[in-house]
Structures are given as C-alpha cells and as structure tokens.
Design a protein around this ligand. Structure first.
Ligand code: NIG
Ligand code: FE
Length: 420
C-alpha cells in the first residue's frame, strides 16, 4: 500500500515564505524565511513539518516516501493571480503584424484583438475548450505554477460565457492545476452590440451575472475598464451588481491609458486592480487607503513591445501588497511562465528577486482569498511545491528563457517531472 507520508530532504534552500498571516508589504516583501539545508514532511495532501534536516530526520518513519532534492532549491508553487486560459485558436498572425509596426489598439479597432478570439471561441464546443485548456494546464504546471485565477471573457453571450466558466470548472476537476474562476463578461462590447452598448451592460447585469452566481461558476467578477471599452460609469454599474451577487471584485485598470480605473477599484473596495501601467500617484494613494492589491503584468507590456511598465517601486514604497502574474492570453501576453515574469520584474520593474518571489506566491494567494491554504510552505497548508533545478532562488529570474522546475507537486502528489 502506498505510504501516506512524504519527506523532501536535501534542499539547498527551502524557501518557505513563512510569516504573518496576511499579504506582505514594504520590507516584508524581502523576507522569504529560507531554511538552508532544509527538509519538509508531508502527510496526505498537507504539510506537517518544515525545518532543518536534523529537525525533520527523526520524524521520517520507515514507510515514508523520501524525495531527495539533490541540493536543489524548493519553494511554493507559483500562484498566478491573473490569466485568461480558456480560448480557441491563436493570434500568431496579429503578433506578426505588430512586429511589422501595427499597434494592439489599431488591430482591435478593425475587429481583430479580443473580438477575433471571441469569434473562434464562440465556434468551439465545451470539449474543444477543455482540450485546449488541458494543453495550457500542462504548460502552467511544468513551469512551476500550481494555482491560477482563470477569467472567462471570450464568449460575450450568456451561453458562451457559461461554456467557458464550465470549461474552467472541468479543468479544475480533471487537471492537477487549481483554478479560481472569474467572470469577465465585461471584457469587450461584442460587435453586435457596438451601436447599443447600454443593452450589453443590461444583459451583463440582468441575465449573465444572476446565472453565473446561481450556478456558482465564479468567485470574482472583472471588468476591462478602458477608453473605448467599458467606461468608469459602466464599470461601476457592472461591479456594483456583481458585489450584490456576492462576487469579489477585480479590475483591468489603467492598462492603456489613465482611465480612472485604480480610483474606481478603491472606491468599490475591489480585491485587486490589475495592470496599472498608467496609474499615477493619486491612484496609488487611493489603492493604499482602500487596501486594494495591485496585480502587475509585465508580460503584456513586453509582448506588446511597449516600454510603459507599471510603477512598481512607487507602489512598494507606498505600502501596497504587490502581486505579479502572467496575464496569460492569446493576444497581449501569450506566456504561462511565471519565471519570465520574475525576470521582467527585476529588469523592468526594478523589483528584487526576493520581492518578486513574495509577489508571485503568498501575496498572490491572499489576492485570491486562499492565503490560509497555499502560497507558503507552512504546517497545515496544501503541499503545493516545486523542486527547481538550481541551488539559489535568485537564479529563477537570472537564467531566463529556460524551464527551471525539476519536480512539481500539488497536494503532495507529483504532477510534473522534467527529464533534467
Ligand atoms: O489583460 N486587457 C484586456 N484583456 C487582456 C488582453 C486579452 C486579449 O488581447 O485577448 C489583457 O491584456
Ligand atoms: Fe488580463
């Protein structure tokens, strides 16, 4: 019979992120609580003990399975708190056009961009979306991510949005990756509503949100608040309705222009405001006073060929509990790899490797309401961890463009193993 306990030994660094039971701010972002030459004991799906090998050794029973990390670095699985992982097709053609000088907004204005993925995703069946989603699920796991927040938003009709949220639910059940679902019916005004946009806002509020809430298909609601997409007034209406249905609030805010998104997120008491490339000092102060976590997405800035990165240092200095995420999607950020985001955070956001690791694990977990379950390696938490093929956590961002994970575990079970 398989043993119910697992010991991980011989970790050059066991990066635990142990600390206060809340998101980390200021200098706390650098406190990784590393145990050198550490070891960890797991019982069932959860962590039982963490410490030095000398402390753990005597607890390892005869029937305990032992994983020798071989002097590698061990840390929590990444928690990717902003992704759009359910869609059909790619936009490699638009990528080529952008390389030739076209901008994301120009492509969107002529019916490409989000609308082009909406057309293909509407054609796809639930089974098609699950098949595509499983491929991406493997990408997340093999790059060291064990939980993703997953948005709908490429359906934009009641049935197509429900289809995407059901696909997310199925992916959560049938893959080892954990999914936290978010309803993003307000990702764009669908082409057929462009001349009567107020009807689409009513459809979102009167039909889609009640169904999503009734079927318990989402924990959060998000809106793309941006000029030419949803105005701050429309965003306020949609998010206020979502709150009445018990959904937490997230927002795409100030991504392409200073549209007032950060201030609105603060006014509404949103859990997160995401992107924030154009947010100013007033917006940062508003986020701070309302306790909104900023989710920074440098992958989309990079992939759009822009140089306008979000003001991360100002946010950290202001005491915000910063989160880093991929924004994985077929348009602005086609990467599932959190290590690439860590690299961009150090080179472009001027975040230290330690600040980046905290933002990509425990802070992200709190932004998803799961800070008590995942995001750090502490007794009682789910054993979601990664043995990376390096000895120092700083190498994750330093050696970029390679896959670092050697073995990935979710709930104490091996879910991805590289042949390194
Ligand atoms: O976060 N800004 C809106 N949504 C996505 C892009 C989605 C797409 O281009 O398909 C983002 O960048
Ligand atoms: Fe996004």
């Amino acid at each position: 019979m398989a043993s119910n306990s697992l010991a991980v030994i011989n970790c050059s660094q066991l990066v635990t992120l142990a600390g206060p039971a809340r998101p980390r701010v200021g200098p706390e972002l650098c406190a990784l609580s590393i145990v050198n030459q550490g070891a960890m004991l797991i019982t069932g799906q959860r962590i039982a003990q963490v410490g030095s090998l000398a402390e753990i050794d005597s607890l390892i029973g005869a029937d305990c399975e032992v994983v020798d990390a071989g002097g590698r670095m061990v840390m929590p699985g990444f928690v990717d708190a902003h992704t759009h992982p359910v869609f059909d097709g790619t936009r490699a053609g638009e990528f080529e056009e952008r390389a030739g000088g076209a901008t994301y907004q120009e492509i969107a204005a002529r019916g490409g961009g989000i609308q082009s993925t909406v057309r293909t995703t509407r054609e796809a069946t639930l089974a098609d979306l699950v098949t595509a989603g499983k491929r991406y699920s493997n990408w997340f796991l093999r790059t060291g991510t064990t939980t993703v927040e997953a948005k709908s938003g490429y359906g934009l009709t009641l049935e197509d949005e429900l289809k995407i949220l059901r696909a997310i639910k199925q992916l959560d059940r049938e893959t080892a990756l954990r999914y936290v679902p978010t309803f993003l019916g307000a990702h764009d005004i669908p082409a057929e509503y462009k001349a009567r946009r107020e009807h689409y806002v009513s459809l979102l509020i009167d039909e889609m949100l009640p169904r999503v809430a009734e079927e318990k298909l989402a924990e959060y609601c998000d809106v793309f608040c941006e000029s030419n997409v949803f105005s701050t007034d429309e965003s306020w209406k949609i998010l206020s309705a979502a709150r009445c249905h018990g959904l937490g609030l997230r927002m795409h805010a100030d991504q392409l222009s200073l549209s007032g998104g950060a201030k609105l997120a603060a006014e509404l008491g949103a859990v997160t405001a995401d992107h924030l490339e154009h947010t100013d000092a007033e917006g940062i102060a508003a986020l701070h006073s309302a306790g909104v976590q900023p989710v920074l997405l440098p992958g989309s800035v990079y992939a759009l060929g822009s140089s306008r990165y979000p003001p991360a240092r100002e946010m950290i200095d202001a005491g915000l509990a910063v989160v880093l995420a991929t924004d994985f999607n077929p348009g602005s950020s086609p990467t599932p790899a959190m290590t690439m985001i860590l690299s961009l955070a150090s080179t472009h956001l001027k975040m230290s490797p330690a600040e980046s690791v905290t933002s990509a694990t425990i802070n992200a977990a709190y932004s998803l309401g799961r800070g008590d379950q995942i995001g750090s390696l502490e007794p009682g938490k789910l054993a979601d961890f990664v043995i990376h093929d390096c000895s120092d956590y700083r190498e994750l961002a330093y050696f970029f463009g390679i896959e670092h994970p050697w073995k990935v575990f979710a709930g104490g079970t091996l879910v991805s193993h590289s042949r390194n």
